[in-house]
Design a protein around this ligand. Structure first.
Ligand SMILES: *Cc1c(COP(=O)(O)O)cnc(C)c1O
Length: 371
């Protein structure tokens, strides 16, 4: 392995991300645009590489979580894209936000009033997005506040509301009754706002929301995870291309003469005669500790069970399934690839693919394909 990759290789396929973008876009109802969520450093995969790749595939609507991310993205992509900051603007930083051409998502009446007043005092345009709570109870105007907004025509006239957003709580469970309920609430809010502001665009669906069907698509959709290979229809076949591959160097191989316990806490026994390999990559590298004793690696076309707890910098694998020649040649173990998906790894750790991606460590070398 070359020096850049001696602590492991995280390979990110920008071509696959681009293909996933096109695949999602091709499913959309007529008139709906496909945006992209690149918050949290594009789910840990590197916004600086991922966002330009999406822009090259035609994406013009980007969503980030924070103003810092938005400012960095503006530098990266230039003025030709729309950037929406999903968690709004922090008091005292409104003019920076407007100055960078970012569209803050506002979710209280007070925020909207403040934003409009500040922009008007500064004599600058203040396009914004508005978020309503359609049932998730996280961020968004309450129905009472939304009523107050609609009863304030002066505010609606002076505010430059470009987008009405809401977020689905259960989109990854297509049969959950909450989906239809949130859809109705959003449609109702949208209808009322558009009577006063006919040009406001509408956006409801994340990755899984896109898969719920055309009535969830509206003007712009906001996929994140599916772009990065996470299955938007958990339980079903994953329609997305795998994006990440993670390969870790083997540090030590051994055959046990007698049965012994393995790792911290001596939680698991390995029998006499077992072949074990210890590889780099522990919980400080995003190999979540919760998968200890359940997760697996991959080499020579076979799954290799993890044995014992995951340490901070390494974990142990049972390589008994390999032939002697394969064992002798074994220099690395794959933790993520086409076979072991982020969803599979997440299952071992009792979490979701999103957390696997955003936990990926910074000690690996990174290689981008298709850049
Ligand atoms: C993160 C986020 C998304 C993207 O969700 P995925 O499930 O990753 O597609 C969309 N909308 C909002 C408001 C978000 O916070």
């Amino acid at each position: 392995m070359n020096k850049d990759f001696r602590e492991g290789l995280l390979q990110i396929d920008l071509g696959a991300i681009g293909d996933n973008y096109i695949q999602l876009r091709d499913r959309l109802a007529t008139g709906s645009r496909c945006g992209a969520v690149v918050k949290a450093d594009a789910y840990g995969l590197g916004m600086a590489e991922v966002a330009p790749a999406l822009q090259r595939r035609g994406c013009r609507d980007f969503f980030v979580a924070t103003q810092d991310e938005g400012e960095a993205l503006r530098q990266l992509l230039g003025d030709d894209v729309r950037i929406v900051v999903l968690t709004g603007v922090r008091p005292g930083f409104e003019l920076d936000c407007a100055g960078a051409g970012l569209i803050p998502t506002l979710f209280t009446l007070e925020q909207l009033r403040e934003w409009v007043a500040l922009c008007s005092r500064a004599g600058i345009a203040g396009p914004c997005a508005l978020k309503v709570d359609s049932g998730m109870t996280r961020l968004g105007m309450t129905p009472e506040e939304f009523d107050q907004l609609l009863a304030d025509p002066a505010l609606l006239r002076s505010a430059d509301i470009r987008l009405l957003l809401s977020h689905l709580a259960c989109a990854d469970e297509p049969d959950h009754p909450q989906n239809a309920l949130q859809l109705r609430n959003f449609q109702e809010a949208a209808g009322r706002l558009r009577q006063r502001c006919p040009d406001v665009e509408l956006s409801l669906a994340n990755s899984s929301g896109i898969c719920l069907g055309g009535e969830y698509h509206f003007d712009v959709v906001r996929p994140g995870s599916a772009l990065y290979g996470v299955n938007p229809v958990p339980g079903g076949a994953n329609p997305m291309r795998a994006v990440v591959e993670l390969r870790l160097p083997v540090l030590q191989k051994r055959r046990l003469g007698t049965g012994r316990s393995v790792g911290y806490g001596a939680t698991q026994q390995a029998a006499a005669g077992s072949w074990l390999a210890t590889a780099r990559g522990g919980y400080a590298d995003g190999i979540l500790r919760a998968q200890g004793g359940r997760g697996c690696g991959w080499a020579c076309g076979r799954r290799l069970p993890m044995v014992g707890r995951v340490s901070m910098d390494s974990a142990v694998y049972d390589i008994g399934a390999l032939s002697e020649v394969e064992r002798d040649g074994l220099e690395s173990i794959e933790l993520l690839n086409r076979e072991i998906t982020v969803d599979e790894m997440a299952g071992y750790a009792g979490t979701i693919g999103y957390e696997i991606l955003t936990s990926l460590g910074h000690r690996y070398g990174r290689r981008y394909l298709g850049s």
